[in-house]
Ligand binder design. Structure first.
Ligand SMILES: Cc1cc2nc3c(=O)[nH]c(=O)nc-3n(C[C@H](O)[C@H](O)[C@H](O)COP(=O)(O)OP(=O)(O)OC[C@H]3O[C@@H](n4cnc5c(N)ncnc54)[C@H](O)[C@@H]3O)c2cc1C
Length: 402
């Protein structure tokens, strides 16, 4: 059975998010980007709508939301905030809140997740290190058992949300973090931990100065003999790499929706201009050279929207039935492979149609261009996506990074 209808609940939620986005976010995106932070009003509004950590169980204040619903919300947030800062704040917590909710210990979840769903703390992902990103299994951060817990040493870098944890949210927050527990075993010696950042002894955070999506920070943190309790282990020891892939897959599919939202909103914005701006005595939108490109970009983004929705649907199907592990990896990677580049190309042309005005900051679309560009890297590069798609098609023995 194939059904493109939204449920009544989904329709109402999308409508509520759209209204919130139109009034509380869209008019302020330049300010969000300049101030380099989301206003407290936006964070509280997202929490009041039940959107923060919405994939988390209701017992921790979440909405138990299914992946398709999460994707629809992400798309609406991206239509409102084409800089992609608000959608990133949302999607990282939806994907990694889900992993923490699914595999974390009850004690840790009770302590952390209610703060996340109230918008008082942030939960993100810390995988990348100064010397390794795509090659996850080559990371250096390690966790050694000591007493009843673990001692962690290492450094994470290019991590979303460090500034929000350090400087914005009252209860701080932390990361679903990968660390080696058996360093000689490659991917099979990595475990997942919850690593709190703010005020944690031995943790030294840093902030980076990104040129896009500036409403959410990127930073890093060094860890020197950081002691964490045993209940901060997420899932079984040495299974962390595989559990993290589940989180990356979820995030990748949501990013597909975010790219579609930002690109389609940019095309809509440009379309209004194409109707009123005249050259050679007629609206520029009547030139085939312009209108055909608009049609192509819109069609491509519409197709990618379906690809992202299919990935989210499959993600939810696997959650419910345990079926289709490889399809989930494939669909999520396909979506993440094509959506950022196609969105970038669409927005780039939309800016071009504004003529010289498109090169001024009066035209907001440069914010969208820089926003979707971040997803060429974040949650895995396009080369890694090609590697995954190739692996799922040809089989593990042909993996290009073997
Ligand atoms: C805005 C932003 C936010 C981010 N947020 C987070 C976060 O919250 N948490 C987190 O853990 N990480 C985060 N990242 C980091 C992101 O996951 C990494 O940038 C990404 O995984 C790539 O790693 P790297 O930057 O170390 O590049 P590298 O892995 O060093 O790669 C460098 C280049 O080589 C290419 N390359 C590598 N291997 C191959 C190959 N086999 N074949 C062909 N080309 C290859 C890559 O595609 C890339 O273009 C973020 C990045 C950005 C830009």
């Amino acid at each position: 059975m194939l059904d493109f209808e939204l449920s009544e609940e989904q329709r109402m939620l999308v409508e509520a998010v759209r209204k919130f986005g139109k009034t509380e976010i869209a008019p302020y995106i330049r300010k969000i980007d300049t101030d380099q932070k989301l206003p407290q009003r936006v964070i509280s509004g997202l929490a009041d709508l039940g959107l923060l950590g919405m994939s988390v169980s209701q017992e921790y204040g979440g909405a138990d939301a299914d992946p398709v619903t999460v994707g629809l919300v992400a798309e609406e947030l991206a239509k409102a905030d084409i800089t992609c800062a608000t959608p990133t704040f949302f999607l990282v917590q939806a994907a990694w809140g889900h992993i923490f909710n699914k595999y974390g210990t009850k004690k840790a979840k009770e302590a952390i997740l209610p703060k996340v769903t109230k918008g008082e703390a942030f939960i993100g992902i810390a995988s990348t290190e100064p010397d390794t990103g795509s090659d996850v299994a080559n990371m250096k951060t390690n966790a050694k058992k000591k007493g009843g817990g673990y001692v962690v040493n290492g450094e994470k870098m290019f991590i979303s949300g460090v500034g929000e944890i350090q400087n914005v949210l009252p209860a701080g927050g932390g990361y679903v973090m990968l660390a080696k527990t058996e360093p000689d075993k490659g991917a099979k010696g990595i475990s997942l931990f919850y690593m709190p950042i703010k005020g944690t002894k031995g943790v030294t955070p840093t902030l980076l100065d990104d040129w896009g999506r500036r409403g959410i920070s990127t930073g890093g943190f060094a860890m020197e003999d950081v002691e964490i309790p045993a209940e901060y282990l997420i899932g079984p020891e040495n299974k962390g790499f595989f559990l993290a892939m589940e989180g990356f897959e979820y995030a990748r599919a949501i990013i597909g929706m975010v790219c579609c939202g930002a690109a389609m909103a940019s095309l809509d914005h440009a379309m209004e201009y194409l109707k009123i701006r005249k050259a050679f005595g007629r609206p520029i939108g009547t030139f085939e050279g312009v209108q055909f490109k608009l049609a192509e970009h819109y069609t491509r983004m519409d197709a990618l929207r379906l690809l992202a929705l299919r990935a989210l649907w499959q993600y939810g199907r696997e959650m419910k039935t345990g079926e289709g592990r490889f399809l989930t990896a494939l669909y999520c990677a396909e979506s993440k492979l094509l959506a950022p580049e196609s969105a970038f190309d669409a927005i780039n042309d939309a800016i071009h149609w504004f003529g010289a005005f498109g090169y001024t900051v009066e035209c907001p679309l440069e914010l969208a261009l820089k926003g979707v560009r971040s997803y060429y890297w974040a949650e895995g590069t396009r080369e890694v996506m090609r590697t995954i798609v190739g692996r799922e098609l040809m089989g593990k023995e042909y993996v290009v990074t073997r």
